[in-house]
Structure formats: C-alpha cells, structure tokens
Design a protein around this ligand. Sequence first.
Ligand SMILES: *Cc1c(COP(=O)(O)O)cnc(C)c1O
Length: 458
Amino acid sequence: MSEEKKIPYKIYLEESEMPTQWYNVRADMKNKPAPLLNPATKKPMSFDELRAVFCDELVRQELDDTTAYFDIPAEIQDFYKMYRPSPLVRAYFLEKALDTPAKIYYKFEGNNTSGSHKLNSAIAQAYYAKKQGLKGVTTETGAGQWGTALSMACSYFDLDCRVYMVKVSYEQKPFRREVMRTYGASVTPSPSETTKVGQKILAEHPGTSGSLGCAISEAVEAATSMEGYRYVLGSVLNQVLLHQSIIGLETKAALKKYDIQPDIIIGCAGGGSNLGGLISPFAGEMLRGEANYRIIAVEPASCPSLTRGRFAYDYCDTGMICPLAKMYTLGSGFIPSSNHAGGLRYHGMSSVVSQLYHDGLMEAVSVEQTQVFKAAEQFARVEGTLPAPESSHAIRVAIDEALKCKETGEEKTIVFGLTGTGYFDMVAYQKYNDGVMTDYIPTDADLQPGFASLPDVE
Ligand SMILES: *Cc1c(COP(=O)(O)O)cnc(C)c1O
C-alpha cells in the first residue's frame, strides 16, 4: 500500500527524458502490412507515384518497413515541448468510484488547443511540407479535430492550409470552423463546386450533407491540381502511426520510471492512428518476444470495421481516386447510421493495425454509444476532464475491465488512451443528456452494400 502511494496522480517526463525518435513498428513485424496499390493498375504505388500526392519525406516514411527508429527533427521536438510531454494520469478517483482492485492509468492527449492527439502528426506533416519548399497543403476534416490541428501546425510554419470540411459538420460545428480560420486556414464545405469530383457528387446526390470519403476525394484533387501543394491525411497511413508513436514511447517511459508493468492496453479505433501510436512500442516488445500484453481496440457498434469488416483491399475515399489499402473495412460505400453521434466513423482501419489484429496481437470489441456516453459521464464526474466521445470508447472498456477485476479480485494494471476533450461535441452530449440518444447496430443486410462496393483485387 505504502509503495503504491509513491505513484503520483500525474506522471510527467522531464524535458530531457522526452523521446527524440519515433518508433516504426513495421520494422519488427514479420508479416508486413500490404502495400498501397494504384487503383488503376492494381500494382504497388511507387515512390514517384506517391510523391505527386504526398510530401517526399512522408512518402519515404510511408514506404519504409525496415527502419525501426526515425530521428524527430529538432524543430518538431521544439514544437512538441509546447504541449508535451502529455501526462500519464493514475485514475485514483475512478478506481475509487468503481471500488476496483485494478490500477487504471490514462495518457491524456487533450492538452492543446486542437484538443486531441492529432497535432502530433499535423506538426510533422507541416514541417516536411515546409522543408520541401511547398506553398501549402490540403486536407479533409470530419468533426474538425484534424483540420484544427493542421491549421495550427501550418500557421506555425507559415504554410497555406486548405480544409475540406464535411458539410454537415461545417454547418453544425461552426466553432471548430472558426478556430481553423483563426489560425489562417481556408475552410470549404464538402462536397463543393470547387472540384470536379465535388461537382459530380453534387450532381448525383443533390442536397447531400457530405462524407469523409467525399471530402478526401476533393482535397486530393485540389492538391494535385495546384502548383506547390500536397495532400495530407490525419490518420490511417503508416506515416501517421509513426508520428503518433510519441504517445506510446512517452507512456512506456513514464511507466518505466515507476516500474509499472501494464497488463491491458486499451485504445479507441477510428482510422487507427492513436491506437497504433499508443501500442506500437508495446506491440514491438510482443513481436520481439520480450513481453506480453492484452491489447484491446475499441470501436463503435455502428461502425464496426475490425469486428465485422472484411480484411481486403479497399478504396480509402468515395471518389475512388486514392490508392487502395489492405485493411479491415466495411467498404468505402458504407456510411454509419445518421443517429451515430460518437465519432470514429471511418469505413476502414490502418493497414498496420489491421495486420496486427489479423495476426492475433490484439483483440477488438465494439460498444454501443449510449454505453459510451454513460462511461464519459461517469469519468467526467470523478476525474474532472470532459472526454471526447471518441476517447470515451476506450473509457467504456477500461471501466468494464476494471469491473471484471472487482469480481475476480485481480489487481490488473490497465492503461488507456484518453485522446481528447469533448468541448466541441456538446450536441452529442445534449442528445445523451436529453435521453434521446439511441443505439443502432447495423444488420448483416445493412452491411451488404458496403461489402459489394469492395474492389475486385486478389
Ligand atoms: C480523430 C480522433 C480519434 C480517432 O482517430 P484515430 O486515427 O483512430 O486515432 C480519436 N479520438 C479523438 C479525440 C480524435 O480527434
């Protein structure tokens, strides 16, 4: 008991203890994630093909399956110092409320203006674009966290930032839009008339409120048709997981400071970047046969790519102009039910996370949104922080695992990723508070059209 008292509520790293390299888990994977394919030829995308869309250095990172560590450039380390290290918090108050013998820790990534972990990769991507001498970057954003993070990163490096924002979010989340504009980004509701693919989608579906896949198509077209611009993406890609490994490396260093050995590591899974970043160093140990952990990916029951999807090559976007990725997917034609308020609505999953899951290195569970918000409410009331709905998926399963420990009396150590804050998600919280939030689990028949949209590869 007295030994336990030594663990502070928040474990911070000194500046001198912060990671100076990112870790690339692909280097330790025996089964490498499948390569991106050219949608026209179905052949692996070459460096030259990819560099028409993405920044050169980011393409190198994307294609590198063998280098285990990448130096974090000094400029990025400096930026990280503004909001990192993020604290690893011992959830003493939650443990007490649950009356569990489990020890719960969470890595909190919400302490920056963008409110989420997405800034970790945004700053890296903006840095490489600037270093290449580009004028600017384009991207899409759904709920707005990625667009906000990227606009902050671009303003730091004085780059033009053009964001295609899913129209329904543009209209329903005006404050996110204004944060982006405050940082100098231009924000266009998608689909728009400014791109050919946007015009086509509007002609086929007049009055559509847009989707992430559609905004991606527009952003890619904009980047490839303007001189000095490239496209950047906030999740799914290998390069993004590489940058997000800062989360797992800091977590590991903080745990080591107090000789804490985790049993269970939990993360929410949308495109897989925070989960991949959190677990990478731990999965690396498992792959090298040095340690064993239970890793759990948590996804919404209404968008269940890992638990009910197919492991197949699929389009990353609606317009089918992006490379094909092999991943657990519901099909690029899948759109979550309109009552879904909890985020994590992308149809596919990072190839790295998909391969690790396929090889049995992690489990996946899906949870219903009312249960997610119940966990969010409980967490907010005892731990103080108002969590993002996305992050609350991980809270849900951390609580469930801690309650199992209460039954069995096991003192397991649980670590989960608290990816962000929920201040811009109050419409979803309002639904929950008003008691009008419902759960919807797609039937097998509901999933069929998405699977039917899968390309015929392999
Ligand atoms: C974007 C986001 C996620 C999901 O994205 P991943 O790439 O799966 O990590 C989770 N939590 C928050 C707060 C986000 O903004």
